[in-house]
Write a protein that binds this ligand. Structure first.
Ligand code: MSP
Length: 514
């Protein structure tokens, strides 16, 4: 089994913000989870370096677009690393192999008569690098996304015969209702298609920063056509060998709802024109909002992922985004929300569960997980958990999967309180019950940690190591069977996985041993 997952490639015209981190983490969670299932994974992310969004900022800053890209790409690469992401390649659209791949693909369309010469006239947003229809624009001439004045452009360029694909796209949507998810986005894209498709510009004259049109060197490709093809060209050269046979087409392409039209309409039509297989699924998530507005560099309300990582740690960021906002929908985030979930869920629910489980095994059983039968009530609560989590993740339901795991984390804490091992330890007659309790906790902690590994790899890895589980980059999901690992292993005390954050140190502390 192979699994190919992609993120959008981000414009290098500014520093990365939490919105970019969000999509990248989502793809990483899926990539890690699939590796845990034993699948061969290719996870792609990267930067979109051509076109007006980059050229304009470069001009404003008095540097060449190439210099700006070289300067900013560093931050995006650093972000991916700081997020603990396991991408197999980081594509830059200025890679010469990518540029050559774009030229080959587009020349093929031109040779087959899919592209023709024409004149475009209409509104254009340089930040979106997108043409806007009269229905889309705000207050006469404002971009609905960036709220900046649109430009009226009239230019000679080349067009792709998108209109010729209307019927085939409608058929695709009818035959494959899962092609675009969630359903609300499927409906949105379908109504865009049934509303009537016009041919689209694939090139821009008067722009130098882009991939040269091979049959007319006075033009460069419109940045979106160059950018979308990254998903294909990367497989040709990213790992030093051509892995298209193994990984094409993508299984899941994750994007934000701002770029739905390009991915749900242009992209499949281009692939049809190029006679390539279509992706299995494009999953569209919502916006992270700050103070009720989309977080965006243009609106200036962005959270810096590096700062968040410094404050809370990378696992906390990876966790919070999918917990606070149901993946797929829009949702507000805030530093207060971060602190609250960090303390109540990561520090208390999970961190404390790990600390006290290890500490009690250490204190009451000399550091060895007792041999015992798994407690029946926990067996019941954990039955089918792996399948449930995997089924949610197959549907890219990152928040639902996490909620299922978290229910078990809470269940284990409840179990500690119910069994009160610190009382059992006082009574020799309860030794067998204490064994069963500690064994059940060790197993529960192990199972949730393997499942959480895709979300919070550092902390889950530490918890597993503390339980004496052999270290692994992708702890196999096959092992996620409550009661499958016998007792007998040595545990090791660890410092708190999520040390409490000073600011709200006054929150009530948990009772019990630990
Ligand atoms: N370069 C194009 C994409 C080309 S893909 C072939 C682009 N780049 S971008 O830098 O503007 O990044 C857009 C993407 O960043 C969104 O689709 C989304 O994945 C992510 N996000 C940017 N802001 C976001 C939020 N406020 N909330 C959630 N995701 C956000 O468009």
């Amino acid at each position: 089994m192979s699994f190919y997952v992609t993120t959008p490639i981000y414009y290098v015209n500014a520093q990365p913000h939490l919105g970019h981190a969000y999509t990248t983490i989502a793809a990483d969670i899926l990539a890690r989870h699939r590796r845990q299932r034993g699948e061969e994974v290719f996870f792609l992310t990267g930067t979109d370096e051509h076109g007006e969004p980059v050229a304009q900022v470069a001009e404003r800053e008095g540097v060449s677009p190439a210099e700006l890209a070289d300067r900013n790409v560093v931050h995006f690469k650093r972000m991916v690393e700081a997020l603990n992401c396991t991408n197999d390649f980081f594509i830059r659209t200025t890679d010469s192999e990518h540029e050559a791949g774009v030229q080959r693909f587009m020349q093929g369309l031109y040779d087959r008569g899919e592209i023709y010469e024409g004149t475009y006239e209409g509104w254009y947003c340089p930040n979106c690098a997108d043409f806007k229809t009269d229905q889309e624009i705000l207050d006469g001439n404002l971009c609905p996304i960036h709220r900046i004045p649109l430009e009226w452009v009239k230019e000679d360029n080349y067009f792709f015969k998108l209109s010729a694909y209307q019927e085939r796209l409608e058929r695709l949507y009818a035959e494959r209702p899962g092609f675009i998810a969630p359903g609300i986005r499927y409906n949105e894209a379908l109504s865009f298609i049934t509303g009537g498709l016009q041919d689209v510009s694939v090139s821009r004259p008067n722009l130098e920063w882009g991939v040269t049109v091979p049959w007319d060197t006075n033009q460069v490709f419109y940045v979106w056509f160059d950018a979308l093809l990254n998903y294909y060209t990367a497989l040709e050269y990213g790992t030093g060998e051509d892995v298209r046979d193994r990984f094409w087409p993508p299984d899941v392409q994750i994007i934000g709802k701002d770029i739905l039209k390009f991915h749900a309409v242009f992209w499949p039509a281009m692939l049809m024109a190029g006679e390539l297989e279509l992706p299995e699924q494009i999953f569209i998530h919502g916006f992270l909002l700050m103070q009720g507005e989309k977080m965006s560099k243009t609106l200036g309300n962005v959270l810096d992922p590096f700062l968040v990582i410094d404050l809370f740690g990378v696992d906390a960021l990876r966790y919070y985004c999918f917990r606070e906002v149901s993946f797929g929908q829009d949702g507000s985030i805030s530093t207060e929300g971060f602190e609250a979930r960090y303390n109540t869920e990561l520090a208390n629910d999970y961190g404390n569960l790990a600390s006290r489980t290890i500490a009690m095994i250490d204190r009451y059983r000399g550091g060895t997980v007792p041999e015992a039968a798994p407690p029946a009530e926990l067996m019941e609560d954990f039955a089918g958990l792996r399948e449930t989590v995997a089924a949610h993740l197959d549907k890219v339901e990152l928040s639902f999967a996490l909620e299922e795991i978290w229910k078990r984390v809470r269940r284990l804490n409840q179990f500690v309180e119910q069994r009160a091992p610190w009382n059992l330890a006082k009574d020799d007659g309860s030794a067998a019950l204490l064994d069963e309790t500690l064994y059940g906790l060790a197993e529960g902690l192990r199972v949730v940690s393997v499942l959480l590994h895709a979300y919070i790899p550092d902390a889950a890895g530490k918890a597993l190591a503390a339980l004496g589980v052999a270290p692994a980059d992708a702890p196999p999901l096959d092992d996620v069977e409550f009661g499958a690992r016998p007792g007998g292993s040595e545990v090791e005390r660890i410092p708190p996985l999520f040390p409490r954050i000073e600011a709200i140190e006054t929150a009530p502390s948990q009772t019990g041993a630990g």
